[in-house]
Design a protein around this ligand. Sequence first.
Ligand SMILES: [Zn+2]
Length: 460
Amino acid sequence: MKTLLRGGYVVSGRGCRRADVLIDGEKVEMLGHIPPELAAQSEVVDVTGCMLFPGFIDAHTHFDLDVCSTTTADDFESGSKSAIRGGTTTVIDFACPNKGESLAYGLDLWHKKADGKCYCDYGFHMTIDDWNESIESELDAMFDAGITSFKMYLTYPAMMIGDGAVYRALKALKARGGIAGVHCENAGVIDARIAELKASGLGADVVSHPISRPDYLEAEAVSRLLRIAQAAEAPVIIVHTTNRASLDEIAAARRRGQTVYVETCPQYLALDDGVYYDPDFSSAARYVCAPPIRSQEDSEALWKALRRGEVQTISTDHCSFTLEQKDMGRDDFTKIPGGLPGVETRGEVVYTVAINENKLSLGGVCRALSENPAKLYGLYPRKGVIAAGSDADIVVYDPGASHVLHGADMLSKAGYTPFEGFRTNGGVSKVYLRGQLQVDGGKVVGGKMGEYLKRGKCAL
Ligand SMILES: [Zn+2]
């Protein structure tokens, strides 16, 4: 049986146009004017006036991750369920072996966490938190397993590797057509500032979190990474970019001729650092993430960079903890588990701010949420576009709807949303994953049909 979505506007990176969409099995068969004899064989779904986006891709999630001596609230089941409800049909999570473990072990572990449990399709990036001949010898096997993107950290002792190791890893990845996303914050100075804040009696104050990790110490790490990438002659991705100073460093590297891709997240676009000044511990601690949420001016700079195509993707860095887990840091801000839930709300929050405040065009929203992540992470044109032959991953977005986001309504096990009380412009009404209706009327009606995606090489 075919499905015909009739009356909608198909959105792509170039804008939107009136077109009906015919789905056959898992694929889009054709779009535009559908011949009556084909329409007659189809189940017709009226989507009059709705936007049809290619399924959103969240290329930065952390499900079922052990961190800060606890485990994220969302595993692959609740995480992917909350993803699909928000229109995200693909997540790319970070497989994360510990130092001393092989990449193969990490990959196997992530398959065990995810396989058979997902409501949306999924792939993995591989974390490189150690660099030696043995790890390097595993890279070809990773590419064979469909892993073409990697993650490195310039901070966090458990995961960071030195500058020389970053340089060697970037060269080895480039030689294979791979790429790395890098968490850029200065490690040593941030640790020294944390020690100072604690010594001055501010160790229980949530505001110490953003104070210890200022924008320029992120920019310093961005600058250093980009100089290492210059030496390695390798492209890189700066993940969860938060501020103007970092964007300045990225612009300078591009002027030198370097290839740099940039990701940001909704929390850096729709919130500001005022959230840390709430006198109630729990109200402030829920926003602790790294890098921290920055100023209004930084948020403006990110939107401007999105408009100019200098920031390519908006992912979430979904890394959810309950408020009880956040409470572990009541006496010591460094023990607050860092991370926010967001996989469920990304599409609606980004659409709302983009359109209400004229920050980004509809095509720009589509590029940041779907098209560019598909291209950057080797999924295009199977994902990231509604076109003949593509997977029928489709978000039916009703621009006439509106609702208020509440933590209590979320499928995420975090139990709160950083966007509590946010009124959406429009809303996700239906979501199709490979032709199957997974969400209807804002409710998940489908099952755990998500499949592992072997990804190709970067094509952005
Ligand atoms: Zn992350």
